[in-house]
Design a protein around this ligand. Structure first.
Ligand code: NG6
Ligand code: CA
Length: 504
């Protein structure tokens, strides 16, 4: 070993030792269905997001940061477990009565923090199932759930805002539940006597888009997926949901200001149903989708302010990212389409939510840690599946070789110390794609190329597709016929990653 190498090694270990010594608080701000082009710091000109932009200015703005999947549940599964979700059955978009899909006997992202002595919390959307069966009693302790997979504190809603039950759950219990008015949930048939969007569309304050469903039980004037009865006082008002989450997140920060904490702040914006708080209604020129993006940005600003107020700015690392790409019409007539006004939610990327094209999984991704991270931009290839191993490294928590099998330690890239990202990245929608050295191969699939309901190109084709992302970020030129040997190499690579069951 050369002296220079030894010196480098010493510097590196001192650097990572210093991070670990400091035990920064970590706030993971995870938004829902926000596209690569939805922030002004990522090129949007029709909507302005000054608070998030500020994080980007003072931290690192990643241009090749990915969710693992083009929908919510699988991306969140990967975030929690460090495992690609397509390796495991049952990790697709979950109904609101699904059982917990995160194994309780595995290392999880919050579990890593907990082991390192952190207080951990999830506040916001969950969508990873609850309890050990679909049939469960919502009127007693509901478990296992977030508290059994690494969170000391949880204040969540179970699935998505468009799925019943439309209630908050705080540490196993539905908030504000009147025992005399028990909750019943059913995804097969109607329960109780509440009106449904199908039977009583005249009661809706926001119409469902034709053929999208969302016409079961009406709660707060909005038709949902699934049937709900009871729990009348516990049901949320959509206009209030983000304010409730924000307040709970702030409370957690204040209560834990004197010790290291990990907060998974999982916002519902801009997922449907988009129903902004009164203050934000009509604030953008883009209808409710634009309004809730402004609301989301405001909430991020409030979190940053709270950290400042508590004197935690310098010792708090913030990650901001989204669980999948954007969609305009995802089930409600909320003017996202009619008031698009030239806004490009996916920026220069092709496709959107549900798509194997870039817009499905390439998302805004910002890391900020004032005082520790120098401002900059990075094109390192990183995936949300990597957060587990990266934070384990930061906190000096060893991982067994079977833990978090697809999670790579990207700490140096996340800190802006290196532009070296993952060597390979698998993208996941209804088919798989693999990215390496700026080349992207999409595995042939007989799924539909286009989804009419959402007006999104899903990217499926019976032919292999090969794109050069450096020269063709919009995936317009399929080069598969031109480079058959590359297609073969990538198909093999994907096969290997699938078979290995472990790519670390
Ligand atoms: C889809 C819903 C959509 C949304 C999505 C989940 C229909 C037709 N569409 O099935 O509205 O709820 O699931 O979104 O039901 S996600 O971001 O949580 O994955
Ligand atoms: Ca989502």
């Amino acid at each position: 070993m050369s002296i220079r190498f030894l010196l480098l090694l010493a510097i590196l270990s001192v650097a990572s030792f210093t991070y670990a010594q400091q035990k920064p608080n970590v706030v993971l701000i995870y938004v829902d269905d926000l596209g690569y082009g939805d922030l002004s710091s990522y090129g949007a000109t029709k909507v302005f997001t000054p608070n998030i932009d500020k994080l980007a200015e003072q931290g690192i703005r990643f241009t090749r940061g990915y969710a693992t999947s083009a929908t919510c549940t699988p991306s969140r599964y990967a975030l929690m477990t460090g495992e690609y979700p397509w390796r495991k059955q049952g990790t697709g978009v979950l109904p609101g009565n699904a059982a917990l899909i995160v194994p309780t006997d595995r290392v999880t992202l919050p579990g890593v923090f907990k082991k390192a002595g952190y207080k951990t919390a999830v506040v916001g959307k969950w969508h990873l199932g609850l309890g050990d069966a679909v049939e469960k009693n919502w009127n007693e302790d509901i478990k296992p759930g977030p508290n059994e997979v690494g969170f000391d504190y949880s204040f969540i809603f179970p699935a998505t805002a468009d799925r019943v039950p439309t209630v908050f759950i705080e540490n196993h219990r539905v908030v504000g539940l009147d025992p005399a008015d028990p909750i019943l949930v059913n995804y097969r048939e109607k329960v109780g006597s509440d009106p449904t969007g199908k039977e009583n569309p005249e009661l809706l304050k926001m119409k469902a888009s034709p053929n999208h469903g969302h016409d079961n039980t009406i709660v707060n004037g909005i038709g949902r997926i699934g049937y709900l009865s009871g729990g009348t006082k516990a049901r949320w008002t959509d206009e209030e949901v983000p304010l409730t989450f924000l307040q709970k997140a702030k409370d957690f920060i204040v209560e834990n200001r004197k010790q290291p904490f990990f907060l998974f702040y999982s916002l519902t914006e801009p997922h449907v149903p988009r129903m902004p708080s009164t203050y934000f209604k009509g604030k953008s020129d883009l209808g409710y989708r634009g309004d809730v993006i402004l609301q989301m940005d405001w909430a991020v600003g409030e979190i940053v302010k709270e950290l400042e107020l508590q004197g935690l700015t310098k010792n708090t690392l913030i990650v901001f990212t989204s669980d999948n790409g954007p969609v305009l019409d995802d089930g409600y007539e909320d003017e996202a389409v009619t008031k698009q006004n030239g806004h490009m939610p996916a920026g220069p990327l092709r496709g959107g939510k549900y798509s194997i094209f870039e817009a499905g999984t390439r998302v805004p991704w910002i890391v900020s840690w004032p005082g520790k991270i120098k401002a900059g931009e990075s094109d390192a290839l990183i995936s949300q599946v990597d957060l587990l191993a990266s934070f384990a490294n930061l906190l000096r928590q060893p991982l067994a070789s079977t833990d978090a099998p697809d999670s790579h330690n990207m700490l140096r890239a996340l800190m802006g110390k290196s532009k070296q990202g993952r060597e390979t990245l698998v993208q996941h929608a209804s088919t798989l794609a693999v990215v390496k050295d700026n080349w992207k191969y999409i595995h042939p699939s007989n799924g539909p190329a286009y989804n009419k309901l959402t007006a999104i190109e899903l990217g499926n084709s019976e032919q292999p597709q090969l794109y050069n992302l450096r020269e063709d970020i919009g995936e317009r030129h399929n080069l598969a016929a031109q480079y058959p040997e590359k297609v073969e190499e990538f198909a093999k690579l994907l096969q290997e990653i699938k078979q290995k069951g472990k790519s670390r």
